[in-house]
Every structure is written in C-alpha cells, then in structure tokens.
Design a protein around this ligand. Structure first.
Ligand code: URA
Length: 241
C-alpha cells in the first residue's frame, strides 16, 4: 500500500503539493471513480496502469520496473558522461522517478543492442553479480579476417588483457564469416569484447549485443525503442539462453 500523493510524486507527476492539487482537481481516477483524498492508501502492483488514470491517461508503471531497450549507436549509458543519454529516449517524466532508473551494466557509446534498464536494485545486482556469470552475446564485425585460432584462445580461460591481473574466464566464439563472429562472455570488464579482439591482433569495427542470458533482443524492437518486461519475462535473464 502506498499513499496516493507519495506514489504520484515518486512517479514524477510533481511535488507532493502539486500532486495534491492534481487530486483536488479531480484528475486522478481509480477503477472509474475520482479520487478525492491525496492521503488515501492505494494497493500498488503492475496492473495499476489498467486501473488508474491521470488527466485521462493511464498512470505510468509503478516500481519495480524492468525495461528492455534496443540501444542505438551514439548514446551513452552513464548519467554523468557527456552526450545524448539513453535516458533521453524514455518518457520525460521517468527522469523524475524515485527510485530512479539505471542501466543494468553498460554498453559503450559505439555499441548497439540489448540493454536492460531498471529501478530495482536487487534485480540489477543479481544480473551483474560476478558470481552468477550471466552470459552476454555480442555480434562483432572485424577489421581483419579471423585467423582461425581465436576460438581456442578465448575458450582457454588464460587470456590476459592489458593492465589486468586476472585472466579472463573462458568465452565462446561462433564464427559467422571471415569478418564477423558472435562472442559470448560471462564477465563485464571494461570494453571487454573490443579488448579481447585487440589481444588477438584484430580490431572491432561494429559491436552489437544480441542477448543477455535467456533474453534475446526482439527483431521487432527498433533502435531507440523500449518495452516493459513483466516480472516473469525479466527473470528469464537467469534462464539458460
Ligand atoms: N564489450 C565492449 O567492448 N563494449 C561493450 O559495449 C560491451 C562489451
């Protein structure tokens, strides 16, 4: 249960005062009836947008929220970095949400593909936890033709990246053609895929993430678009791909 004014303020509809005015103005409707008391206690679950409207539009989805996004090239995942941010691709009001939304791990500015975004800290930490080894699959396009030995080198579990102290865990390479391969890794080291190909004398010219655990980027989710995942769909990230 949540107090109506706190719920709406946390969803970014305004300050407590502003949402109290919204309620007083008869703009908040639950199950077809206008809510008059900003202090009313409301049962909150994922079905709320089907039951509540604000100024005639379904209320935004409450926390906990997990989104799947097709990250386009050229946007950054960090709140702090300069440049267009992935959060700019979401509805404006969502920037004011509390708890706020964060990406589950990061993709480089020059990497496209599947990224999860959530306000659920527990879910986020479970996905990125080094203990869980959630596999992530990238399609890498390469400057030079593959030489045929990369798969073995990546699978060995002995590859050391520059300025690191621990070898990489075994990773799986599936060759697509001479200049493209799918690489599945279970860690999230800085620029890991680009650095792995650099370590075998190649250079990644394009990088796209296709899958995290049991969640694949849907073909019909265009770059820049997002979708809300049900709790069950989000948990698929922990299922075997
Ligand atoms: N590896 C990279 O090099 N970049 C990414 O964005 C993700 C993995």
């Amino acid at each position: 249960m949540a107090r109506l004014d706190r719920l709406l303020a946390n969803l970014g509809y305004g300050s407590r005062k502003e949402v109290q005015a919204l309620v007083a103005g008869g703009k908040v409707v639950l199950d077809g009836a206008i809510l008059k008391d900003a202090g009313a206690r409301i049962a909150v679950d994922a079905t709320l947008p089907e039951r509540m409207t604000i100024r005639g539009a379904p209320v935004d989805p409450p926390a906990p929220l997990v989104l799947i996004m097709h990250k386009p090239l050229g946007v950054v995942c960090s709140h702090k970095e300069d440049g267009e941010k992935i959060y700019d691709l979401l509805p404006r009001r969502w920037r004011l949400r509390d708890p706020g939304l964060s990406t589950v791990g990061r993709l480089d500015k020059d990497t496209s593909g599947l990224i999860l975004i959530t306000d659920d800290g527990d879910f986020l930490h479970r996905v990125i936890s080094p203990k869980r080894h959630v596999p992530k699959t990238y399609l890498a396009t390469l400057d030079r033709p593959l030489n045929g030995s990369e798969g073995e080198v990546f699978a060995a579990g002995t590859l050391m990246l520059d300025s690191e102290e621990k070898p990489l865990l075994p990773a799986r390479l599936d060759v697509v053609n001479a200049h493209a391969a799918r690489l599945t890794i279970t860690e999230g080291r800085y620029h890991q895929v680009r650095r792995m190909f650099a370590a075998v004398g190649n250079h990644v010219v394009a990088l796209h993430r296709e899958r995290i655990g049991g969640i694949a980027l849907p073909d019909d989710l265009a770059a820049g678009q997002h979708r809300i995942l049900t709790a069950a769909a989000a948990e698929q990230v922990f299922a075997d791909g």
